[in-house]
Design a protein around this ligand. Structure first.
Ligand SMILES: Cc1cc2nc3c(=O)[nH]c(=O)nc-3n(C[C@H](O)[C@H](O)[C@H](O)COP(=O)(O)OP(=O)(O)OC[C@H]3O[C@@H](n4cnc5c(N)ncnc54)[C@H](O)[C@@H]3O)c2cc1C
Length: 457
């Protein structure tokens, strides 16, 4: 360990060391990483040193950016590399691209690119780590319009299991480039990425909130509406049990409400306004729709900023009908045994198209992404898990059988990870894993085990 500390600019901490708890802490507090060593990488050479050390000692390696998914697969033992110190954005406004370092949050990227009238394909929560979000797919606010964030990556700098720092693109290292965009942390630690930016400064968006008494009408109207809207319209619908706390205004405090979130990239705000008219006609109790700067788009979902503990699960769904809606209302509405957020993000549009440079993202035929979250402050695992299981079971007839890696939480069985990919892509991924990480040192994650497959490019 001393030798490693000599080679690393950032801290190298064992459980007995002061600072260990702060360094391993992530945004999610439900499950904590407990590595043998945590390495606070300050530069790519630190990542190389940590990976080489772990590989020499036969230890597994995990990575943490902001820790928004640290509850997903918590590291027990091994070496955890934290990247928060590696935060940087280099903008090339003429090319419409940005290079983003491993530990950078989306709000830092947005702040930089907005000055040039450009926006990244960031998601609902601006404080999520840009690199891991993108490697896991990256379902963006504007993904129906532009595709997954992973579809717009030009190049990646990655430290592979052999400790080498490689720059991979479609022209140099196409297999690894393909696998990393979707395979996330199974093939190495990405130290930086070059991404395309979109010519977006403002959008038409916000939230419509309805009382639960109108839930059946709102869900029914929304599903019919979503089937007809152009790909400039991005939206989701969520049934939310709001906590009884002063931060929530009356009359919503402590109640179940239905939230329709809108992010329309039509250019003309009038076009967005015309499109949402059927939803507005139902009579929301709160309406924040209007033109807003992309830099303010985090207000649409208003995701929690403070660290917290939650249990969640996900499934990809096909077209939904009134029976599916009734199942959601019965199992997650006011009579549910635990408070839920049940969200359906509308897919399709550009998400259904293969990108110009293919990647490992699967399940492009799904129509909705189901995300179910319950906060552990309001119920415990023994109450939440069976409640979520009942909901997923009830919605099984509408499931495509797929999952979305970025929203997978404790689901780490091989069958669950496999469901994030198409069958042939999964075989290719296990083959490439055998080439680039044959000892599976990158296994403190939603793991793709090494299989038999092609030789490296
Ligand atoms: C409130 C909230 C809102 C969200 N909204 C969206 C959304 O709109 N769209 C969407 O697609 N996702 C969304 N997510 C999911 C989020 O994108 C993923 O959880 C993402 O992986 C978080 O990255 P992180 O760095 O913040 O988390 P971390 O917990 O630090 O990392 C998550 C995973 O990425 C891996 N990883 C981290 N850094 C690297 C690296 N440099 N190289 C390789 N692997 C790495 C880690 O091994 C870990 O498995 C949301 C999550 C939350 C909690």
């Amino acid at each position: 360990m001393n030798r490693l500390a000599d080679r690393v600019m950032g801290p190298v901490l064992a459980p007995r060391d002061e600072g260990y708890d702060d360094e391993r802490a992530g945004w999610q507090t439900a499950r904590r990483h407990r590595p043998d060593l945590v390495v606070g990488a300050a530069r790519p050479a630190d990542v190389q040193a940590a990976v080489t050390y772990a590989s020499d000692c036969g230890l597994p390696v995990g990575v943490q950016g902001t820790g928004h998914a640290s509850a997903a697969v918590a590291a027990e033992g091994g070496v955890l590399i934290t990247t928060a110190r590696m935060s940087a954005v280099r903008l090339d406004a003429d090319a419409g691209t940005a290079w983003v370092a491993a530990g950078t949050r989306w709000d830092q990227v947005i702040h930089r690119t907005a000055q040039a009238g450009l926006a990244p394909l960031s998601g609902s929560a601006p404080r999520v780590g840009a690199v891991s979000y993108t490697l896991g797919g990256g379902l963006a606010l504007l993904s129906r319009t532009y595709g997954y964030a992973a579809d717009h990556v030009r190049g990646l700098d990655v430290v592979t299991a052999d400790g080498h720092l490689r720059h991979v693109t479609q022209d140099s290292g196409p297999d690894l480039f393909w696998a990393l965009r979707g395979g996330r942390d199974n093939f190495g630690v990405v130290t930086g990425m070059e991404i395309d930016l979109m010519p977006v400064t403002t959008l038409y968006g916000g939230t419509l909130i309805f009382p639960v008494e109108k839930a059946a009408e709102v869900f029914g109207t929304y599903l019919q509406w979503a089937a007809t809207v152009p790909e400039t319209m991005n939206s989701s619908i969520a049934l939310i049990s709001l906590p009884d706390v002063p931060a929530i205004p009356e009359p919503m405090r402590g109640r179940h409400t239905v939230h329709v979130r809108i992010a329309c990239a039509a250019g003309d705000p009038g076009a967005g306004e015309r499109l949402v008219a059927p939803l507005r006609a139902i009579g929301p109790m709160s309406d924040t729709l209007g033109e807003l700067a992309y830099a303010e788009a985090g207000s649409i979902y208003n995701d929690p900023v403070a660290p917290g503990a939650a249990e969640s699960g996900t499934a990809m769904l096909g077209e939904l009908d009134a029976t599916a809606v009734q199942a959601i209302l019965d199992l997650a509405g006011p009579h549910a045994p635990v408070p839920h957020v049940v969200e359906l993000r509308h897919l399709g549009g550009r998400l259904a198209h293969l990108p110009a440079v293919d990647n490992a993202i699967g399940n492009r035929d799904a129509r909705y992404l189901l995300n179910v979250v319950s906060r552990l402050e309001r119920a415990d695992f023994t109450q939440i898990r069976p409640a979520h299981a009942r909901l997923f079971e009830a919605l099984a007839p509408w499931s495509t059988g797929g999952r979305f890696l970025n929203f997978m939480n404790g689901e780490n069985a091989t069958t669950q990870v496999r469901s994030a990919y198409n069958a042939t892509d999964y075989r290719r991924l296990t083959g490439l894993k055998a080439v680039y990480d044959p000892e599976n040192i990158f296994r403190l994650n939603h793991n793709i085990p090494p299989g038999r497959g092609p030789t490296r490019d």
